[in-house]
Ligand binder design. Structure first.
Ligand SMILES: Cc1cc2nc3c(=O)[nH]c(=O)nc-3n(C[C@H](O)[C@H](O)[C@H](O)COP(=O)(O)OP(=O)(O)OC[C@H]3O[C@@H](n4cnc5c(N)ncnc54)[C@H](O)[C@@H]3O)c2cc1C
Length: 282
């Protein structure tokens, strides 16, 4: 399983400046100037003030700090769920510009555990890799031939893949690269949801709390839940005052707001359970 992708989540940067959150929060309730607020800020009280703001649900001050994650070894299926979170910035590896003859893929844990399902899965991945390569080559052959017939005498063109590629590469490398981009952007339509991708995500703290509410919940699919747990673990270390009560909705509320769904898996989660869940998923 040389092409099996492994999830990696890294905190690339953060503006975890709690002072900013405190100025922004205090400004709302104060007559004083911003410089006076800065002078009056008692460092030892900042953590508690930030916690108080999150408890009150006064969350707009949290939008002034943000966290940037690098995520690799994630499937396109999961990044499609991730990018539904609109209050964020994303940069994702392009399937139009990056040729991926031997693309890596994410294997869902249930498929990994089931020998027969795994065999079908791996066969399919290999087939798609072959198809992607063949479609790219066939399209390129056609594009190059069409281009060469416009610039050279037809009798000088040997309509064979190897020759066509060599001729255009030597003649006009830029045109070759341009045509290859068109070929791979068409060939990528055969890629599966399992295809591995890489993405950089920046979210402000408020958007992150909402993200954890939704994606740490047992109702979220396992892969994005694993991503969310890893992100949560990282920000809990980075800015504990902001993320002390972060997690699925039930964790902050103390009850499940969707209890009527009678999901047997669902539970009112305790702090210890959440930490255990994170540990077992990271
Ligand atoms: C378990 C689960 C199952 C799901 N199933 C489906 C599904 O079957 N089909 C599907 O399409 N999606 C599904 N989703 C995606 C879900 O509906 C949201 O689109 C996604 O989780 C992003 O959440 P969000 O809008 O809160 O986040 P963000 O886009 O980051 O928004 C954050 C918050 O900003 C506010 N906001 C943002 N944009 C607007 C707006 N235009 N108008 C008003 N308020 C706004 C809202 O308060 C929102 O909660 C599912 C999500 C989960 C967790």
């Amino acid at each position: 399983m040389e092409n099996k992708a492994t999830l990696r989540v890294e905190l690339l940067s953060s503006t975890k400046d709690l002072d900013i959150i405190a100025y922004a929060g205090k400004l709302c309730y104060s007559k004083t100037t911003i410089s006076d607020l800065k002078k009056k800020l008692v460092q030892s009280e900042i953590d508690l003030f930030v916690e108080k703001l999150t408890d009150l649900g006064h969350l707009s001050p949290l939008e002034h700090v943000s966290f940037t994650f690098g995520i690799e070894g994630i499937s396109r299926a999961a990044t499609h769920q991730l990018v539904r979170h609109r209050i964020a910035s994303y940069s994702q590896q392009s399937q139009r510009y990056v040729k991926q003859d031997q693309f890596n893929y994410v294997i869902p844990s249930d498929v990994l555990k089931n020998e027969k399902a795994l065999e079908v899965f791996l066969t399919q991945m290999k087939q798609i890799q072959r198809s992607y390569k063949e479609i790219t080559t066939n399209l390129m052959d056609g594009y190059i031939y069409d281009y060469l017939t416009k610039t050279l005498d037809t009798k000088d063109i040997i309509n064979e893949s190897k020759y066509l590629h060599k001729t255009l590469k030597e003649m006009n490398k830029r045109k070759y690269n341009e045509l290859e981009k068109v070929a791979i952007e068409n060939a990528r339509y055969v890629f599966p949801n399992a295809c591995e991708t890489k993405i950089i995500v920046t979210m402000n703290a408020r958007a992150l709390l909402n993200f954890f509410n939704e994606r740490c919940c047992v109702r979220a699919q396992k892969e994005i839940r694993e991503v969310a747990y890893k992100m949560l673990m990282l920000v809990k270390k980075e800015a504990p005052a902001i993320f002390k009560k972060a997690g699925p909705k039930c964790f902050g509320l103390g009850y499940c707001p969707e209890n009527d769904m009678k999901d047997s898996e669902c539970h009112k989660i305790t702090h210890k359970q959440l930490l255990d869940l994170i540990k077992t998923n990271v």
